[in-house]
Ligand binder design. Structure first.
Ligand SMILES: [Mn+2]
Length: 303
C-alpha cells in the first residue's frame, strides 16, 4: 500500500452475530489504543467516519433474537456495503473495525460491487481460527458470525446473499489459520473450492511459504486484495480478548509476517479487523496487538 494515501476508518460496533457479548466494544478499544494517530505516524492521512449505527440488543423484540438477529444484521450489512463501496469510489482505503465477523458480509459485499463496476476481480485473504463457512442449514448454533464466508460465496440467508449479486471467486480466496471446524462445515469447505491453510499446514510449510502461495492465489487475475482478519486467528496467549478463543493459533510473529507480506504486494485495497472483545481481554493487550498488526498491514517494517 502506498503512503500519502487516505485511509477511512469505519467502526461497526455489533456483536449481534455472536452468542457471546462484547465484540460491539471493539471499535472503541482500538480508538483508545490510538489507532488513528499511529496510522498517521506511518505517513497516511486518516479520516475516522465514526461508528455505523447498530441497534442495542435489549431494544429489540424477542422475535428478532429467535431469528439470531438476521434482520438487524442484514440492515447494518447493507449500510456497511454502501459505505465501503463509497470509500473505494473516492480512491481511499477502507479500514473496517469490528464488531463480530458477520460485519464482513457487508464490507466485502461493497468491495465486490466496487470491483464489479470496474469490470475487475478482487482477491481475499481471510485469517481465522474458524472457517466461517456454515450455512443456516448446517450451523449448530445459528449464529451469523459463523457464516460470513459461505454467505459471500452465495450460500447463506437470502436476505444476506442479496446484498451483492457479485460473489467471491473461490479460486481467489484463501483461508489461513483454521483449527476449529464443525463436521458439516468441513464438507462445505471442501465443496467451495477455496484455498485453505490449517494450523497444521502452517506448522509444516511455515508462514512464509503459506503466504507466498495464498498471495499467488489471491492475486491471480485480480486487481486488488482485501484482508479480513479475525483476531481469534492468533493464539489466545497473545490475543486473549476475543469472543471464541481457540488454542494452538498463530504466533504474534506469524500474524505480523502474514500482514507484512500482504503489504509488500502493494495490492491491498482494503482491510478489516474483527472480533476484538474487551470483556475477555487482559488489560488492553489485544487492542494494542491489533493496532500493531494494522500498522504492519500498512507497511510498517522492523528496520
Ligand atoms: Mn471469523
Amino acid at each position: 500500500m502506498q503512503r500519502q494515501r487516505t485511509i477511512e476508518i469505519i467502526g461497526v460496533p455489533s456483536d449481534l452475530g455472536a452468542n457471546i457479548r462484547g465484540a460491539n466494544m471493539g471499535p472503541a478499544t482500538l480508538r483508545i489504543a490510538n489507532l488513528k494517530t499511529k496510522i498517521e505516524q506511518q505517513g497516511y492521512s486518516v479520516v475516522d467516519l465514526g461508528d455505523l449505527h447498530v441497534p442495542i440488543r435489549e431494544s429489540l423484540e424477542s422475535k428478532i433474537l429467535e431469528e439470531k438477529y438476521l434482520s438487524p444484521i442484514s440492515e447494518l450489512c447493507r449500510n456497511l456495503s454502501a459505505i465501503t463501496e463509497g470509500i473505494l469510489d473516492r480512491g481511499h482505503i477502507p479500514l473496517i473495525i469490528g464488531g463480530d465477523h458477520s460485519v464482513a458480509i457487508g464490507s466485502i459485499s461493497g468491495i465486490l460491487r466496487y470491483f464489479h463496476k470496474q469490470d475487475a476481480e478482487v482477491g481475499l485473504i481471510w485469517v481465522d481460527a474458524h472457517a466461517d463457512v456454515n450455512t443456516p442449514a448446517t450451523s449448530p448454533s445459528g449464529n451469523i458470525h459463523g457464516m460470513p464466508l459461505a454467505t459471500l460465496l452465495g450460500r447463506g440467508h437470502d436476505i444476506l446473499t442479496a446484498i451483492s449479486t457479485k460473489k467471491l471467486r473461490p479460486e481467489n480466496t484463501a483461508l489461513i489459520g483454521i483449527r476449529n471446524i464443525d463436521d458439516e462445515e468441513k464438507r462445505i469447505l471442501r465443496e467451495t473450492g477455496i484455498k485453505y491453510y490449517s494450523m497444521r499446514d502452517i506448522d509444516e510449510k511455515g508462514m512464509f511459504t503459506v503466504m507466498r502461495e495464498a498471495i499467488a492465489f489471491a492475486s491471480n487475475g485480480t486487481s486488488g486484495i482485501h484482508v479480513s482478519f479475525d483476531i481469534d486467528g492468533i493464539d489466545p496467549r497473545y490475543a486473549p480478548g476475543v469472543s471464541t478463543p481457540v488454542s494452538g493459533g498463530l504466533t504474534l510473529r506469524e500474524a505480523h509476517l502474514c500482514l507484512e507480506m500482504l503489504s509488500e504486494t502493494q495490492k491491498l485495497v482494503s482491510l478489516e479487523f474483527v472480533e476484538i472483545n474487551p470483556i475477555t481481554d487482559v488489560g488492553a493487550q489485544t487492542a494494542h496487538v491489533t493496532v500493531d498488526l494494522i500498522l504492519s498491514a500498512l507497511g510498517k517494517s522492523i528496520v
